[in-house]
Design a protein around this ligand. Structure first.
Ligand SMILES: NC(=O)c1ccc[n+]([C@@H]2O[C@H](COP(=O)([O-])OP(=O)(O)OC[C@H]3O[C@@H](n4cnc5c(N)ncnc54)[C@H](OP(=O)(O)O)[C@@H]3O)[C@@H](O)[C@H]2O)c1
Length: 188
């Protein structure tokens, strides 16, 4: 972000950029991750009034928390590095946070969000220990490749509904297309 000429106010508030528009050499940073996440979640579940357990405190987690907060969700934030979870939680006004290793102490939620990079190009590892994978809830797997991460496979076997990362990717790519071309994407 420090190398850009300008930052869109929403991207500034989120603290992460995932689209850069080049206007004759003037580079402006935007964030459309949050829009992709919001649209993907709403395909499967309500946001308002639901409790989301968000794992991760990087750029994806920041964008998702922005979307969740904007839609009136309750958020619990856990990260491998618990200090980073605390910093992000305080920034976003989230009262409940901790270290990922304490996940079993936070069983009360409607939607589990994996916003860590664990599982990306990797079907062996999962951010969530098997004992903490929920039954019959909603799981948002932000990792988009492979589509069937270890978390998705375990959650599906336990009757969970899945929000696949690839749906977030499709929605945010549509927003990027609009930013880059000034045109609405449309199917043939
Ligand atoms: N579906 C989509 O459209 C979409 C959009 C954006 C991003 N993503 C995906 O989301 C994932 C995260 O992206 P990001 O930009 O947020 O990355 P990032 O800023 O680098 O953050 C990575 C996060 O993963 C955690 N992490 C890394 N290795 C871990 C491990 N072994 N165990 C537990 N936690 C671990 C980190 O925890 P620490 O802070 O403790 O290091 C941090 O919270 C990536 O896989 C990315 O491809 C998907």
């Amino acid at each position: 972000m420090k190398y850009l000429d300008a930052i869109d106010p929403v991207a500034r508030e989120i603290g992460a950029v995932n689209a850069i528009v080049n206007d004759d050499g003037c580079l402006t940073g935007h964030n459309v991750d949050w829009m992709g996440a919001e649209a993907a979640i709403k395909e499967v579940t309500e946001i308002r009034g639901c409790r989301f357990l968000v794992l991760g405190a990087g750029g994806a987690a920041r964008s998702i928390c922005y979307a969740l907060r904007r839609n009136g969700a309750e958020i619990v934030m856990l990260n491998r590095d618990g200090k980073k979870a605390e910093t992000l939680a305080r920034e976003f006004g989230i009262n409940s946070f901790g270290s990922l290793s304490e996940i079993s102490k936070f069983p009360d939620y409607d939607v589990l969000v994996n916003a860590t990079s664990v599982g990306f190009f990797d079907t062996e590892n999962c951010a969530v220990p098997e004992s903490a994978v929920p039954h019959n809830r909603v799981v948002f797997e932000v990792v988009f490749y492979p589509v069937k991460t270890k978390l998705v496979q375990m959650a599906e076997a336990r009757g969970c509904r899945i929000i696949p990362g690839v749906r977030m990717l499709v929605h945010l790519a549509m927003k990027q297309f609009e930013l880059y071309t000034g045109e609405q994407p449309r199917s043939k």
